[in-house]
Design a protein. Structure first.
Lengths: 307, 181
């Protein structure tokens, strides 16, 4: 096993800037090393606080104004063509003479829109555009601030009835569909899994469960469980629970597939071995998904139920 | 790959304004400068547009800081008075609290070295380690080290500022209590 992890590597790990191999190596090390786990907690705290502080120093006026109208003529023509070729609704509205006011709520006077398209900015006043434009996602993922975490909270933690889980409309391509930690996994119902886990199946409270997979622990006791749950917006997350030694290999496979993992939380231990000298095992639980690490940590911190 | 200014504008505008704001500390000016950045991008059509806009934003902010110093000197000569800021429109307490917090962060940021501050702001603007490395001239491996140091220093400086403010408030309260008794 490698010596303790340096602090800057943990920053890079939390920032999602390491290669899959490095990620797997660190995940494995963290599962086995208490000291580095403690340091990771500290680094995470510093990182989150720095992000939150920077969020305070953000401009409050968020309505971009039009670009100066001093563009050279050829460029303006080109942009105009692009706008028309794209069949933009903005151009159509402007052509029809519909005078939309910039995105300001009449009651409060507060700006309600995010950046308009460049074409809009060049041609006229900003026109509201859908807030959930997918094109914003990569930037939003990486510039996760306290404010954006608060903004996304309703999506993440809203209560969903488990009964209708199989009928929920999912995204056309579910990134989790292809994740398979290896051979020997058995798909089972939630109730059967809960029974075999002796009523202590780790899961996110209030989030629909769509699948549970179990595999026997190599160290005895309750099986290792992967519980697939679907958030309100259709994104899937896995809650992985098992003996610390079992999880090392699984997290390595998951990390290599590009998944992000929350910090590991201690789950309910098992007592294995003879009655006169039972051994207390260390079981851990964590949340995996294609989400920012902060969101996974928030889910694990606020919703993870270990019974 | 074809240069797509429309997409660049939509995906990076917010981050560029935020980045510039933390350099010039004036929301209107930051937006003006952001417009200037995208105007230049339109002319240059850079190959790596995301890195390019932040490099230009950093240069523009540097020029702006120099001219701001010149303007301030000139105004000081003319008026000998500070320039009044516009009256707050929203809830006064909320605004004051926000301003106070922002001022603390601003002071904490000012304690960082220019390199640490630049790396921190670029990361917060959404650039990856390789993009930050390319822009700052650091090795990719050194970005993590710089960022780790910058975050720690920012938090420590902010804690120190908050602690000093707490002491000042306590002393003020003590003085008021002594005066009233």
């Amino acid at each position: 096993m490698r010596p303790h992890l340096p602090e800057d590597e943990l920053h890079a790990w939390l920032d999602g800037q390491l290669s899959p191999n490095q990620r797997a190596e660190i995940a494995e090390h963290l599962l086995a090393c208490l000291r580095c786990r403690a340091l990771e907690g500290e680094v995470r705290g510093v990182r989150n606080r720095a992000g939150a502080l920077l969020a305070f120093a953000a401009p409050r006026i968020r309505v971009p104004r039009a670009l100066p109208a001093t563009l050279p003529r050829p460029v303006r023509r080109r942009l105009g063509k692009r706008l028309l070729a794209g069949g933009g609704a903005v151009a159509a509205l402007l052509a029809l003479g519909i005078g939309l006011r910039p995105g300001v709520t009449p009651s409060t006077g507060r700006p309600i829109i995010r950046p308009p398209t460049l074409a809009t900015a060049l041609v006229a006043q900003p026109v509201p555009r859908p807030v959930d434009a997918a094109v914003d996602a990569p930037v939003a993922d990486r510039t996760l601030t306290l404010a954006s975490r608060v903004a996304m909270a309703p999506n993440v933690v809203a209560r969903t009835p488990v009964v209708n889980a199989s009928h929920r409309p999912l995204r056309p391509v579910d990134p989790m569909a292809g994740v398979d930690p290896g051979e020997g996994w058995e798909t089972t119902s939630f109730h059967e899994a809960a029974r075999r886990s002796r009523g202590a199946l780790a899961r996110l409270d209030g989030v629909a469960v769509t699948q549970v997979r179990l595999t026997p622990s190599r160290y005895g006791g309750r099986p290792v469980a992967m519980t697939r749950q679907v958030l309100n917006d259709g994104r899937a997350v896995w809650v992985i629970e098992g003996a610390a030694e079992d999880l090392g290999e699984i997290t390595r496979v998951l990390s290599a597939s590009g998944l992000r993992l929350s910090a590991a939380t201690r789950a309910r231990p098992d007592y294995i071995g003879p009655d006169e000298a039972p051994v207390r095992t260390i079981r851990m639980a964590m949340v995996a998904g294609y989400l920012p690490v902060d969101s996974l940590d928030a889910l694990a911190g606020e919703r993870l139920r270990l019974d | 790959m074809a240069f797509d200014l429309d997409n660049l504008y939509r995906t990076t505008y917010d981050a560029v304004v935020r980045f510039l704001y933390r350099k010039v500390w004036d929301a209107d000016r930051a937006e003006d400068l952001a417009q200037e950045v995208f105007m230049r991008a339109l002319h240059h059509q850079p190959e790596k547009p995301r890195s390019w806009v932040f490099a230009v934003a950093a240069n523009i902010a540097r020029d702006e800081a120099r001219s701001a110093i010149r303007r301030r000197k000139h105004l000081t000569l003319l008026t000998h008075e500070p320039i009044a800021s516009p009256a707050p429109l929203n809830d006064v307490h909320e605004d004051l609290e926000q301003e106070e917090r922002e001022a603390e962060v601003k002071r904490a940021l000012a304690t960082l070295t220019p390199r640490d501050r630049e790396v921190l702001l670029l990361w917060d603007a959404g650039l990856s380690y390789p993009e930050i490395a390319e822009q700052t001239g650091l090795a990719v491996g050194a970005v993590g080290t710089t960022l780790a140091r910058a975050r720690k220093r920012l938090v420590a400086a902010h804690d120190a500022i908050e602690a000093a403010r707490g002491t000042t408030i306590t002393r003020g309260e003590e003085r008021r209590a002594a005066a009233s008794s």
